[in-house]
Design a protein around this ligand. Structure first.
Ligand SMILES: [Zn+2]
Length: 163
């Protein structure tokens, strides 16, 4: 959809700053516009904290997004209560999809935090993806097999920065 193209990051454009992402907020943010009722969306659920609506570029049928009303770019600036509610609503969406007549034999939840993680709309959102064999959705995993000492060392590096 062309109306989203202005929000997509340009991989060739050099960026600076800590977050390394475009700071699109307020009237320039499509998800804020949807939450405010100023842009069209196929809503499934709305409440005081989040809106849930169909992704306009679904990778599977039934692919929807749960979006906090309050603008946050990613996990770092997301209000934890908004995040908890976003997950709670995603659980309800998953249950509703499973009860519906959409083809659904499993569910993936997916959140992209940052450009390197595949985030393209810089208003945090949780994808709810109904899954079935042969649906074409694929996450390519190439697991490593580190030693226990490497796992312990990695755990220590994260533990040291726990706030
Ligand atoms: Zn926004």
């Amino acid at each position: 959809m062309t109306w989203l193209s202005g929000l997509l990051p340009d991989p060739m454009e050099p960026r600076s700053g800590v977050r390394n992402v475009p700071e699109v907020t307020g009237p320039g943010c499509i998800f804020c516009a949807i939450a405010d009722g100023e842009a069209e969306a196929s809503a499934v659920h709305t409440d005081e904290r989040v809106v849930a609506f169909m992704d306009i570029r679904p990778v599977v049928r039934g692919h929807l997004l749960v979006v906090p009303r309050r603008h946050a770019i990613g996990l770092a600036d997301l209000d934890p209560d908004d995040g908890a509610h976003m997950f709670r609503v995603a659980q309800r969406m998953a249950a509703a999809i499973r009860r519906s007549d959409l083809h659904c034999e499993g569910i993936n939840l997916f959140l992209a935090d940052g450009q390197a993680a595949g985030q393209t709309i810089f208003h945090v959102h949780l994808h709810v993806l109904p899954r079935h064999p042969g649906d074409g959705f694929r996450v390519q995993l190439d697991p490593r097999f580190p030693s226990r000492s490497e796992l312990d060392a990695t755990a220590r590096r994260v533990r040291e920065t726990l706030a």
